[in-house]
Design a protein around this ligand. Structure first.
Ligand code: GDP
Ligand code: FO1
Ligand code: CA
Length: 318
């Protein structure tokens, strides 16, 4: 069986640990299509937070408390940059993490596309599945906000890390998405998939930027593989992160039903053939989408692998 997963960073990475475990148990092949909208250039280095969260987590090197970056990280470079008074001071690059950005930036500068750079970095981390950036082209999430009495678009990292999303926020813009082409392998993976899973990632700033690459959305929407999504919302809040602020900006209810409705049924020009919600949200309805309630807390690899088995069963491919 071939499984394709659309994913963001921390939540998606946790989910992929369970996908990998279940895939090993049933002999399936996994391709993760990873969001690049969070990517940003800081201090001359190309930083890919979601790709790195997935790579470090699957490589067993992530910091489980912080969620992003490396475990056992040190911060000498950050302190030295601060001593020079270099901006942005609100964004922290760990020393170990910086080595990743140095290698990546060097390879990009030499002309390698991000997908090849990612494959090269993965030779070290051996994630146990194929990791593909959604696109090799520039695609950045910017956020239209009011700040100091002025309306402007700032990078998603500035919105989240500097302001904690705590600004009057009007919309998210996926800069470059119109012209972005799917990275090599993405469309083939979707076309050859037996099932496509939407990880319980942030629907607005992790999954939407992937789907904003029109050929990716089209391949999924018109493909033969059933699409099952997993809710990142349990009850009335995200398990962690900024999904509540993002959904509020879109006027979407912060609930499993709200996010399911955002993805929408395939028959309504949406994507979903199935929607997995937490047992505490049993009864949540998405028009035209078969919904199943199962435990959605990713508390262990085993619990997450169970969720994945449930998602495959809902897709009818178990
Ligand atoms: P980011 O890119 O680092 O923000 O991570 P993602 O977009 O991949 O995932 C963030 C989402 O993961 C948040 O909206 C969380 O609610 C969700 N999440 C984190 N842990 C869990 C969990 O245990 N269960 C579920 N269902 N969702 C989770
Ligand atoms: N998150 C923070 O809250 N503060 C930071 O200084 C920070 C730096 C950072 C550096 C590299 C990286 O890969 C991620 C980093 N993050 C930081 C996490 C990141 O801002 C977001 O959580 C994700 O982009 C959301 O997926
Ligand atoms: Ca993200």
């Amino acid at each position: 069986m071939r499984i394709v997963v659309l994913t963001g960073g921390i939540g998606g990475a946790k989910f992929l640990v369970g996908v990998r475990a279940h895939a090993r148990a049933i002999g399936a092949e996994v391709t993760a299509v990873v969001n690049v909208g969070d990517d940003v250039r800081m201090h001359g280095l190309q930083i890919c937070p979601d790709l790195d969260s997935v790579m470090y987590t699957l490589g067993g090197a992530h910091d489980p408390e912080r969620g992003w970056g490396r475990v056992g990280e040190t911060w000498v470079v950050k302190q030295e940059l601060a001593a020079y008074g270099v901006e942005p001071s609100w964004f922290g690059l760990g020393d170990k993490d910086t080595a990743t950005h140095l290698v990546r930036t060097q390879m990009l500068t030499a002309g390698y596309p991000l997908s090849q750079v990612t494959a090269a970095l993965c030779e070290r981390w051996k994630p146990g599945l194929t990791m593909l950036p959604a696109t090799d082209d520039r695609l950045e999430t910017h956020v239209v906000v009011d700040v100091e009495g002025e309306r402007k678009a700032i990078h998603f990292q500035e919105w989240w890390v500097r302001y904690r999303g705590d600004l009057p926020t009007h919309r998210f813009v996926f800069v470059g998405a119109d012209a972005a082409k799917p990275a090599p392998g993405v469309i083939d993976a979707i076309a050859g998939a037996d099932v496509v899973l939407l990880a319980p990632s942030n629907p607005v700033v992790s999954i939407a930027p992937i789907l904003a690459v029109e050929p990716i959305r089209e391949a999924i929407a018109t493909g033969r593989a059933p699409v099952v999504g997993v809710s990142p919302i349990i009850g009335t809040s995200p398990v962690r992160g900024m999904a509540d602020k993002c959904l509020a900006t879109l006027g979407v209810e912060v609930s499993a039903a709200g996010v399911g409705g955002l993805y929408a049924a395939r028959r309504d020009n949406g994507l979903l053939d199935g929607w997995l919600v937490d047992t505490s949200d049993a009864g949540a309805e998405v028009p035209g989408v078969p919904t199943r309630a199962v435990p959605l807390w990713m508390s262990s690899e085993e619990a997450t692998a169970h969720m994945v088995a449930d998602a495959l069963a809902l897709a009818g491919v178990a």
